[in-house]
Design a protein around this ligand. Structure first.
Ligand SMILES: C[S@@+](CC[C@H](N)C(=O)[O-])C[C@H]1O[C@@H](n2cnc3c(N)ncnc32)[C@H](O)[C@@H]1O
Length: 398
């Protein structure tokens, strides 16, 4: 006879698809958090630690190998009756018995479904792992970045466990033995790694709205309406805007009737491969004084979180200030805002991740307020979106 708790949870599980499709992101994540809290309450401490140290790393290893072996590609989006482990191992080049063992572990963790003896069907996750950016993201986080995490304790030993603050001499440089080398300069030399990093960024952004979409930052009212009146004026400069081509999508969303140039400022290796479709691209360096005066908006997206040192952030901000026209130009910062209390693990994981990659730091609202006010900015507003993790902070010169 099943306990009441089990049958109640089974009933709730039966509605999961409906919940997934109809709940907001925030409610969906809260429900996931509650499910996790329930598991934490049910597990004994030894079981919890076994899960974290044995199961989760080996699950991740299974996903990494399944991608390399092409198992997810072979599985496709097959439902019942599924495919046998022998069928799935056929073109992997690996021992079918080895593949079968990892398939069983992936099924035990819900990444694939066991539908019959030694027979598996796909899930939404396994089907998604066929996409290039999923493969790149796993490639970056596992092959390029795992060693940075496991060498973090020995790095911290070298700096007496202070908060890492040197972007060019942090855990990444320690793990790769590249003292003084900027991660981003290194990406210019190791373009395969840079591409895998791009996949990880794409994974972070997947399923989330662009900042100009409805219900997020009201770009028309805040920037466009009292913004550029001619095609020579600049609407927005995306400083360190990356290689995802967001400005091209913004131009499409705005339409050609909206005046003002969109400019990407980036490192040379990014500019060299930018498509410049709907926007301009120029080599730029946030360590230099901003050369373009009087733009309507100067944007920093996921830039300040690269620096845990507020002094470094102030240096970057002070390089923008002389270019801004008081009463007209705005500073836009798009970042995670860590809640002061009960921060969800998606936020805290990002904070720990930026320690490893860049000696960086995600900030709380009060930390951003103090930082911006210390160089003479006033926060005009903070906009989030129910399906986004990031917020947009708009600030002007006070
Ligand atoms: C964390 S990524 C953020 C990319 C993009 N803004 C986003 O939100 O996805 C930081 C970006 O800054 C660029 N970058 C690094 N150093 C820079 C510098 N000194 N001046 C301008 N851009 C720089 C890198 O090439 C990289 O694309």
């Amino acid at each position: 006879m099943e306990s009441d708790a089990i049958s109640q949870l089974k009933t709730l599980l039966g509605t999961a698809r409906d919940l997934r499709e109809n709940l907001s992101r925030a409610d969906r994540l809260q429900l996931g958090g509650l499910a996790e809290a329930l598991r934490n309450e049910l597990e004994r401490p030894d079981e919890a630690l076994f899960r974290v140290t044995f199961n989760e790393p080996s699950h991740y290893l299974g996903i990494r190998l399944a991608i390399q072996w092409g198992v997810f590609d072979a599985l496709g989006d097959v439902g019942e009756p599924g495919k046998s482990s022998a069928q799935l191992a056929e073109n992997t080049g690996a021992d079918p018995r080895l593949v079968a063992r990892f398939l069983r572990h992936l099924a035990a963790n819900g990444t694939i479904r066991e539908v019959d003896l030694d027979t598996y069907a796909s899930t939404r996750l396994s089907a998604s792992c066929r996409q290039k950016f999923y493969k790149d993201a796993v490639g970056f986080m596992f092959d390029d970045f795992y060693n940075v995490g496991w060498k973090l304790p020995s790095f911290l030993d070298t700096i007496s466990h202070r908060n890492p603050a040197d972007i060019n001499n942090g855990p990444f440089q320690h793990a790769y033995n590249l003292p003084g080398k900027s991660l981003y300069t290194y990406f210019g030399e190791n373009t395969a790694m840079a591409q895998r990093f791009g996949g990880m960024i794409q994974l972070y952004n997947a399923g989330k709205p662009f900042f100009w979409e409805d219900g997020y930052y009201p770009i028309k009212e805040r920037l466009v309406d009292s913004g550029p009146k001619s095609d020579e004026d600049v609407l927005l400069i995306d400083i360190g805007g990356g290689d995802a081509g967001d400005l091209g999508l913004l131009r499409k969303a705005l339409g050609s009737e909206v005046k003002g140039r969109l400019i990407l400022q980036e490192l040379k290796h990014i500019i060299d491969r930018s498509d410049q479709d709907g926007y301009e691209a120029q080599v730029g360096d946030w360590n230099q004084v901003q050369p373009i005066k009087g733009a309507r908006a100067y944007m920093l997206q996921h830039i300040l979180h690269d620096f845990s040192s507020d002094d470094e952030c102030r240096r970057i901000l002070r390089n923008i200030i002389p270019a801004m026209t008081p009463g007209y130009s705005k500073l836009l910062i798009k970042e995670l805002l860590i809640p002061d209390r009960n921060a969800p693990s998606a936020f805290t994981a990002m904070d720990v991740n930026v320690i490893q990659s860049l000696s960086g730091q995600e900030r709380t609202e009060s930390q951003f307020r103090n930082l911006l006010e210390s160089v003479g900015f006033k926060i005009e507003g903070i906009w989030g979106h129910q399906n986004a993790l990031d917020v947009v902070i708009e600030a002007s010169l006070s």
